[in-house]
Design a protein around this ligand. Structure first.
Ligand code: HEM
Length: 215
């Protein structure tokens, strides 16, 4: 048996962020599945009645909205590092994106090291930063606002007309939902690319990431 240095661990994801993440994941997956029945009722009858699908869709939408508030409160008021963690730097855009893509497309398959080492204040690589930034600051707010408008068509009629009408709102909400579905597929695949396939999942459950020992 060879002697090995025990793997160091770093606490990357605090409890409120993990609670937000898994509530949000459950909510978004439920929104996608119920959304399929609502959009294509003639092909998909997953939850019995159309009304049941809408009810569950509304509950999941409210869950995602409330958990988003928890996420923003935690990062803005408690951790106060939202910009450091989520906003890509110029170096991320100029070279980080390319380096990280090169790793995911080539070097990962050659068993080489990830060019990015996660720390609590710099836990995302350039690709994660750009993707999570767009998801959290653009996609989620837009899907929440469009969903809330669709849940309250009569009282918010004037606002719906002001942004382009009900057809525009329905199509925009559907396009956002498709973007979430695409994000989810890529996100879950990318989450398996840690030093073991479940390393990142474990981290998102316990908060602790085992650091890879190189050299
Ligand atoms: C079945 C669904 C999901 C699974 C299995 C999953 C898995 C993971 C894992 C393993 C991580 C940690 C590693 C990493 O950063 O890549 C993570 C982080 C993250 N995920 Fe997910 N995810 C899911 C759904 C979602 C959804 C629906 C969203 C947003 C709409 C999302 C947004 C994020 C964000 C923003 C982080 C970083 C959180 C932080 O540390 O601040 N995830 N996810």
């Amino acid at each position: 048996m060879t002697e090995q240095t025990p793997p160091e661990q770093v606490y990357l994801t605090p409890t409120p962020v993990r609670i937000w993440h898994w509530l949000n994941a459950l909510g978004i997956v439920t929104l996608c599945v119920t959304g399929i029945q609502i959009r294509f009722p003639e092909y998909a009858n997953i939850f019995g009645t159309y009304k049941a699908a809408i009810r569950l869709h509304d509950i999941a939408g409210i869950t995602v909205s409330i958990s988003f508030l928890l996420w923003i409160f935690y990062y803005l008021v408690v951790a106060r590092n939202i910009a450091k963690v989520y906003v890509p730097t110029l170096a991320d855009i100029k070279s980080g994106l390319f380096q990280q893509a090169f790793f995911y497309f080539f070097n990962y398959f050659l068993g080489k090291d990830n060019p990015h080492t996660a720390t609590p204040d710099n836990k995302f690589n350039a690709i994660q930063k750009v993707t999570y930034f767009m998801t959290m600051f653009l996609l989620i707010p837009l899907v929440v606002v469009s969903g809330l408008l669709l849940m309250n068509i009569a009282p918010l009629r004037a606002w719906i007309i002001a942004i382009g009408g009900i057809k525009f709102l329905v199509d925009a909400h559907y396009l956002l939902a498709c973007s979430f579905f695409a994000f989810l597929c890529v996100h879950v695949y990318m989450a398996t690319l840690g030093h073991t396939p479940f390393a990142h999942f474990r981290q998102m459950w316990t908060g602790w990431e085992k650091m890879e020992h190189t050299g």
